[in-house]
Design a binder for this molecule. Structure first.
Ligand code: DC
Length: 215
């Protein structure tokens, strides 16, 4: 059984790359960021004051989320809703609450138990599974990350490149400086800077690293 974690800041391409790798290696895949997004979406839908940590913690018991190939809230697929601007703007706050992290971290550890698994997020190699077999920290310049995010949903976007850039800077700052499980480069991780690499090149680089060292 092999566990691979990929952490890094917003827009580094973690999810795209982790998904491609999981297909190439035939591993299970868990997008942990999508889980924080799903909780944020559920709280927004319930019109709960997101600044009120106590209320958010209480409401966690009453939300019916399902994480499988699709993410479902009360049985409805919410894969595209969790990518909305509103969710993106609020997810860092929700993911800074201890009660939210406790529940999701436990789920993530269970998911990885006994299966070849790739997880991507902010703390998968530092907190969730620090003994993972391969830990990668994937990053790129803030401008390259903003450009990729902007291009990704260009047709549906109402915001400009500069809005995306500012949002990524704000989230970097929030994710790296929060008290609980801040975004850090995990111990013994391999740093991959994809600023000048295409997605395919990055996948190939990580894949080759795993195949070279595979036990
Ligand atoms: O990777 P993403 O942009 O979908 O992640 C959304 C947010 O969730 C991100 O701003 C920080 C948070 N997150 C986290 O705190 N821990 C994780 N393991 C994954 C994401």
């Amino acid at each position: 059984m092999t566990i691979i974690t990929i952490d890094g800041p917003s827009g580094a391409g973690k999810s795209t790359i982790a998904k491609m790798l999981s297909k190439k290696l035939n591993y299970n895949y868990l997008d942990t960021g999508a889980m924080y997004r799903a909780i944020t979406f559920a709280m927004l839908k319930k019109s709960i004051d997101l600044q009120n940590e106590e209320l958010i913690c209480k409401a966690l018991d009453s939300i019916d989320l399902e994480f499988s190939d699709n993410i479902k809230l009360d049985g409805d697929i919410i894969d595209s809703q969790i990518r909305s601007n509103l969710v993106t703007k609020n997810v860092s706050l929700i993911s800074s609450y201890k009660c939210v992290r406790d529940i999701l971290v436990e789920y993530q550890r269970c998911f990885a138990k006994g299966n070849d698994t790739i997880l991507d997020g902010r703390d998968t190699g530092s907190v969730v599974l620090p003994d993972a077999d391969f830990k990668f920290y994937l990053t790129a310049s803030v401008e390259a990350r903003a450009k990729r995010r902007y291009e990704e949903y260009k047709e549906e976007r109402e915001d400009s490149y500069n809005d995306v850039l500012e949002d990524i800077k704000r989230r970097d700052d929030f994710d790296m400086n929060r008290d609980i499980s801040p975004l850090i480069i995990p111990n013994n991780s391999i740093l991959v800077d994809s600023t000048d690499m295409s997605i395919d090149e990055t996948v190939e680089y990580i894949y080759n690293h795993i195949k070279r060292k595979d036990k």
